[in-house]
Design a protein around this ligand. Structure first.
Ligand code: GLN
Length: 430
């Protein structure tokens, strides 16, 4: 297949019946699959076969799904175009000359191309919503703690969630029904008695996709329209006014702190990544260049060979941001910005039930156009990363087209407000 959607095309059948019986699912290649290669898009893990399933994969199988393959991705999730994969780029099914977005580009492309009914991606700073927007499909980033991260190969733990991708809001929400819920192997999904039951226990996400927005207040985040491409803004505004004509009330909200989100996100994500990726040492997992017992040389050589340029850049910058003497200057400042962003969102949800922005400020770039300028690539994440910093849920739903290319509308919900967000999104697609 020319489109390079899958890294491994191996079919795994689930239980005989269940809510996903007869449904085909593509799984991002950073989710552990027992007996099936899990590469994270990296040469470092090219031959790594996990001995266990991620909780979300176990739930897919229990629900009767058929897994049709492991999808291409930016190496360790670091990127927004699927071009940093060690296995080459994926083509956008809408326009083969363009990127599918990323880092879960293979998963979104699989759904858009009809290679799978639905797919799982992961979203650390937009990696489900970005490719969903660029491929014209639906992607959900759940509230932090809604879905287990057990068996997800970590990039930046405090930011990421596994999220569903589907061709409709209802399809993606039905997948969320299956994968969400408490897991004793991931403490961030646990709720003690004082906190009540896990929010997924009494939620029905697919049933919420009823398109009823009568009386719902939608807050347009004015601060995130400024830097966006005019064609994107025009399509976005059209779909917001469609929501209004369906009975929603549209107001404008301001989130002053979001201008610091990209900087704060990259300091935090790279810091966490530098620590997480220390485990690829040529001894414990994956690639080893085997230097006759000289540990320092084995470590250096294995990492030199096994990791791509973007991953190395982030390990270096993250290590720097955490080092003694610089910690307060970068990491602590980023944490302060994160706290401010959370407060700003809390205030905005006093004025609106859901918030709306374009998912991506630009149309999908052409293949090969982005990698030479990492800063430009990081700025593409301006609208998605604030959501991860604040641990909130968000969905990207097709808003229409500009110049024949898909534009995504992002709806952000309050903490564990997935049902409201899904309801509003289903009104956008109808
Ligand atoms: N583009 C962002 C990054 O490179 C987001 C990636 C993601 O969500 N995994 O970090």
């Amino acid at each position: 297949m020319g489109a390079n959607i899958f890294i491994t095309e191996e079919t795994v059948d689930g239980a005989d019946d269940g809510p996903l019986a007869g449904t085909t699912v593509a799984v991002k290649d950073n989710l552990s699959t027992e007996g099936v290669r899990t590469t994270c898009g990296s040469a470092m893990l090219e031959d790594y076969v996990p001995p266990y399933d991620a909780t979300v994969v176990e739930r897919l199988k229990d629900a009767g799904a058929t897994i049709v393959g492991k999808t291409n991705m930016d190496e360790f999730g670091m990127g927004g175009t699927t071009e940093t994969s060690a296995f080459g780029p994926t083509e956008n099914p809408v326009d083969a000359e363009r990127v599918p977005g990323g880092s879960s580009g293979g998963s979104a492309a699989a759904v858009a191309a009809g290679e799978a009914d639905v797919a799982l991606g992961t979203d650390t700073g937009g990696s489900v919503r970005n490719p969903a927007a660029f491929c014209g499909v639906v992607g959900i980033k759940p509230t932090y703690g809604l879905v287990s991260r057990y068996g997800l190969v970590a990039y930046a733990n405090s930011l990421e969630q596994v999220g569903p991708i589907g061709s409709t809001v209802e399809d993606a929400a039905a997948l969320l029904d299956v994968i969400s819920g408490a897991d004793e192997r991931d403490a961030t999904t646990r709720f003690d008695e004082s906190m009540g039951t896990h929010p997924a226990a009494d939620s029905e996400y697919a049933a919420a996709a009823d398109g009823d927005v009568e009386g719902l207040t939608v807050g347009v985040v004015a601060d995130l329209l400024d830097g966006a491409d005019d064609r994107v803004v025009e399509t976005f505004e059209q779909s917001v006014s469609d929501l209004e004509s369906r009975g929603a009330e549209v107001v404008e909200v301001s989130l002053e702190s979001v201008e610091h989100a990209v900087q704060a996100y990259y300091v935090i994500a790279m810091s966490e990544a530098s620590s997480n990726l220390a485990r690829y040492d040529g001894v414990r997992y994956g690639l080893s260049t085997g230097k006759d017992g000289n540990w320092n040389e084995t470590y250096a050589e294995t990492r030199e060979e096994g990791l791509g340029e973007e991953v190395k850049r982030r390990i270096l910058l993250g290590t720097y941001a955490l080092s003694a003497g610089y910690h307060d200057k970068y990491y602590k400042k980023a944490q302060d910005a994160r706290a401010w962003i959370k407060q700003d969102f809390d205030a905005a949800f006093e004025e609106a039930d859901v918030l709306a922005t374009p998912t991506m400020p630009v149309l999908p770039p052409k293949l090969g156009e982005s990698l030479s300028d990492p800063l430009q690539l990081y700025l593409m994440d301006a609208n998605t990363v604030p959501v991860n910093l604040a641990n909130l849920p968000a969905i990207s739903v097709p808003a229409g087209e500009a110049d024949g290319l898909p534009v995504g509308l992002q709806l952000i919900g309050p903490k564990f407000g997935e049902e409201t967000m899904i309801r509003a999104a289903s009104a956008v697609e109808n």
